[in-house]
Design a protein. Structure first.
Length: 664
């Protein structure tokens, strides 16, 4: 609600009446809060505008009304997309006297032809949000419609029509829609530019996703590069199979023939089609693999229910084939064994898809899992059984991966049990371990003191989260001798809990947790303890840091409450921001947490430990050794044995500190 209603400038801070309510008209909410509609104002969001316009053209092609799309990138960050489909309707809209359907679509949220499924059986656009959002976030949008052998044109800017719909003239040999727009630098920044490489790949991928469309690419000669030609034509009759073949190149695979196919979903009781699936899967011999998922030609990088259907079909299919040929090991195969290192693409078309967010990163339509599993499973069974040598080769490769996974799991379990036995002797009651035997997905929270440890134990997920309390400020390893480090009990406990060794004895396979989380109080003392711990990991376990295992928790310092609304602030600046933005003119009750131990377990879980609601900072190091020297110099300067650089650093910055920071 706060995105549509905000305090009026005419209201005093203490008043709240009808004059305080501001109603945003037309597309103004989009300009005020673009992140709600396109996920932000960064480079990804900028290219989301291009995808929306291209997706509308693709909808016409998928619906069978267009077979050609042209994508043109010009100088001045201007993009033009043309299709030869039916053309946006230009007749007067019955609910908006004096406005054409085109103007309504371009200037009104939630207007379009994709809601009831009459104009489009499947679609990839934002169902009445996409093109109007593009208009709202562009300085100049021109739409041309060739319909009924007549060409029409209308101009728009920042969500509003800047001209009436005009009839340009006869167009006997033309039909379809052209949308040309320039993203608004006030929204995306003066330096924001479309990437020719990114748009070129987007146009090419759309042609793979629908074999019946030809996509023509053109860009200004000044934008041409080694990876982007001035012109190109994309049309792939083989669809995803062609894409996979290009992606594999000459790399050898477990099977000579990839697993590819297309299958329509069953019709509904009224006889209407419910969509289709197309897939292309290969198992290269030497590859980290890549997985690409699409719904109605829209990329869904986080997968979703269609992914779940494919994983179920292939996993159940390979297990069944193993049972058919008498391989008793096949029953232990998991989806991760099947999909480890796989190159795959899955594209589905379904009616009325549901996504996790406005930017459609994840498909959540429940029926997609069932449809895809049923569509793929029968084909996969035939793929394995029609050529028994091929089926045995694939099964053998997957069983090898399964055995390797089980071997590593067994080794880790032995290491965990060994460490547990040792810990019972040396860490009575200190480490509260998680129940999972597999390090993948587990977390060790290092907390200050038994009080914070008690709250964390109650707030944790017992299966995946372990708690290790430490006593106050650990040893500064940067200024301590090797003997002193070895003799320190807190460091010994930490080394034993992690199990991976230090320095030249580091062994990532022995690391007992996937994430190591430093969780200290949100104050100066907490920051000091976190700094000492980061110094320890940097010096004693640099590979743990470089490989991305170390994190900093972000607990709140304040709890802000006004009426039924409660928010948490990380620090004073965040508190001021929330009070100004979320509690305008309201009396706010502010509670300051003195430490993690004073937080209720439910508060600690919600704000700091629950993966669904928390935020964390990953601590990393440059990959190249030569790039780590500046980091090493900084650690030595601030944490090393010589106090002079520290003193100089503090003196040079003392004037920048506020009095309350010094008092803290």
């Amino acid at each position: 609600m706060s995105d549509l209603f905000s305090s009026s400038a005419s209201s005093t801070p203490d008043s709240y009446d009808a004059s305080s309510i501001e109603v945003l008209e037309g597309l103004e909410p989009v300009r005020r809060r673009p992140g709600m509609y396109i996920g932000g104002t960064d480079d990804r969001a900028l290219h989301h505008l291009a995808a929306e316009v291209i997706d509308n053209a693709m909808d016409e092609a998928v619906a069978g009304h267009a077979n050609r799309i042209e994508v043109t990138l010009e100088t001045g960050n201007r993009l033009t997309v043309t299709d030869n489909g039916r053309g946006i309707p230009v007749d007067p809209h019955p609910k908006y006297p004096g406005k054409s359907a085109l103007e309504v679509i371009m200037t009104t949220l939630h207007s379009g032809g994709k809601f009831e499924g009459k104009a489009y059986s499947t679609s990839g656009g934002l169902h009445g949000v996409g093109v109007s959002v593009v208009n709202a976030l562009s300085t100049d949008t021109i739409v041309e419609v060739a319909r009924d052998k007549t060409l029409y044109r209308q101009s728009f800017a920042r969500g509003n029509a800047t001209s009436k719909l005009e009839t340009v003239g006869a167009a006997p040999n033309r039909r379809g829609t052209t949308v040309a727009f320039t993203p608004d630098p006030e929204i995306f920044g003066a330096d924001a530019k479309f990437s020719p490489e990114r748009l070129y790949k987007l146009a090419r991928s759309k042609a793979y996703l629908f074999a019946g469309v030809e996509i023509r690419w053109r860009c200004d000669p000044s934008l041409v590069s080694a990876d982007v030609p001035e012109t190109a034509v994309f049309q792939f009759p083989g669809g995803l199979a062609d894409h996979l073949a290009e992606q594999l190149g000459e790399r050898p695979a477990v099977t000579n023939q990839p697993f590819t196919g297309r299958q329509p979903f069953p019709a509904d009781p009224s006889g209407e089609p419910q969509g289709s699936a197309e897939w292309a899967v290969a198992w290269p011999l030497y590859s980290d693999g890549s997985e690409s998922y699409y719904c109605n030609t829209i990329p869904t990088p986080d997968g979703g229910t269609h992914e779940a259907g494919l994983r179920a079909a292939l996993t159940k299919g390979i297990r069944a084939f193993g049972e058919l040929i008498g391989n008793k090991k096949a029953k232990d195969i998991t989806a991760d064994d099947v999909f480890n290192g796989v190159e795959l693409m899955l594209s589905v078309f379904i009616r009325n898809p549901h996504f996790q967010s406005q930017t459609k990163d994840r498909l959540t339509s429940l029926e997609a899992a069932r449809f895809v599993e049923a569509a793929v499973r029968d084909h996969f069974d035939h793929y394995l059984a029609d050529n028994m040598d091929r089926g045995r080769a694939l099964l053998g490769s997957i069983v090898e991966r399964m055995e390797e996974r089980l071997r590593r799991r067994a080794e880790r379990e032995v290491q965990r049990k060994t460490a547990t036995s040792a810990r019972k002797l040396r860490l009575p009651g200190k480490l509260t371990d998680c129940s999972s035997d597999d390090p993948d997905g587990t977390e060790l929270f290092i907390v200050e003191g038994d009080s914070a440890g008690g709250s964390a134990k109650q707030a944790r997920d017992r299966k995946t989260q372990a708690i290790l309390p430490i006593r106050g400020k650990i040893l500064n390893v940067a200024s301590a001798s090797a003997d002193k480090i070895r003799a320190n009990q807190e460091i010994a406990d930490l080394n034993l809990a992690l199990g991976c060794g230090t320095r030249d004895k580091w062994n990532e396979e022995a690391l007992r947790y996937e994430r190591i989380v430093i969780m200290t109080d949100a104050d100066v003392d907490g920051a000091h303890i976190a700094t000492l711990l980061m110094t320890f990991f940097f010096q004693e376990m640099p590979e743990l840091v470089r490989r991305g295992h170390l994190f900093l928790a972000q607990p709140p310092l304040y709890r802000l409450t006004a009426g039924a609304k409660t928010l948490y602030a990380r620090d004073d600046a965040h508190r001021a921001e929330l009070e100004a933005r979320e509690f305008k003119g309201k009396k706010v009750e502010v509670s300051r947490f003195k430490g993690l131990g004073e937080m209720n377990p439910s508060q600690l879980k919600e704000t700091t430990m629950d993966p669904a609601t928390r935020s964390m900072l990953r601590v990393t190091l440059p990959a190249a050794y030569e790039d780590r020297q500046p980091v090493k110099d900084l650690v030595e300067r601030l944490m090393g044995r010589d106090p002079a650089p520290r003193f100089e650093f503090i003196q040079s910055r003392a004037s920048a500190l506020e009095d309350d920071e010094i008092d803290a």
